[in-house]
Design a protein around this ligand. Structure first.
Ligand SMILES: *[C@@H]1O[C@H](CO)[C@@H](O)[C@H](O)[C@H]1NC(C)=O
Ligand SMILES: *[C@@H]1O[C@H](CO)[C@@H](O)[C@H](O)[C@H]1NC(C)=O
Ligand SMILES: *[C@@H]1O[C@H](CO)[C@@H](O)[C@H](O)[C@H]1NC(C)=O
Length: 117
């Protein structure tokens, strides 16, 4: 998890929310979160504590990277989607998509995922 925490410290804060989308998924099911950016290179983050974002993965066209190897069993990034597998209560949180623009991260949607039975 060291890399995850490194990334986490790098992506601190930034509170401007663009689109706010609510998504509900059933516990134990998989759910796709969709980013409204049509960029071939989308970065996904999740809120791990109030206003602290951790990177999940980046699509890099079709050669995705994950910011920590253990994230890859839980999440899958492809095109403009983040697949969250086997939902549990801890998956209820905010997710953010963004893209790199001249080295800066430009945030797109804020997605609030909630779980239901
Ligand atoms: C999303 O859910 C929150 C909390 O339930 C609510 O305050 C907000 O209005 C909802 N937004 C949309 C776009 O449905
Ligand atoms: C999520 O999206 C991917 C790619 O479009 C698709 O193959 C998969 O079936 C979707 N899964 C769910 C649970 O919607
Ligand atoms: C889904 O998560 C539950 C715990 O939340 C676990 O017991 C179960 O084995 C997981 N299922 C799969 C297919 O990974």
């Amino acid at each position: 998890m060291d890399l995850l925490w490194t990334v986490l410290l790098m992506v601190l804060v930034c509170s401007e929310a663009q689109n706010m989308i609510n998504v509900t998924g059933e516990l134990g099911q998989d759910v796709n979160l969709t980013c409204s950016f049509s960029s071939p290179d989308i970065i996904w983050f999740m809120e791990v504590q109030n206003r602290i974002r951790a990177g999940i993965g980046r699509t890099y066209s079709s050669d995705p990277i994950y910011f920590s190897p253990d994230l890859e069993t839980k999440y899958s990034v492809s095109e403009n989607k983040l697949l969250v597998r086997n939902l549990s209560a801890e998956d209820s949180r905010f997710y953010f998509c963004g893209r790199k623009d001249d080295g800066r991260t430009v945030y797109g949607d804020t997605i609030r995922l909630t779980t239901s039975k």
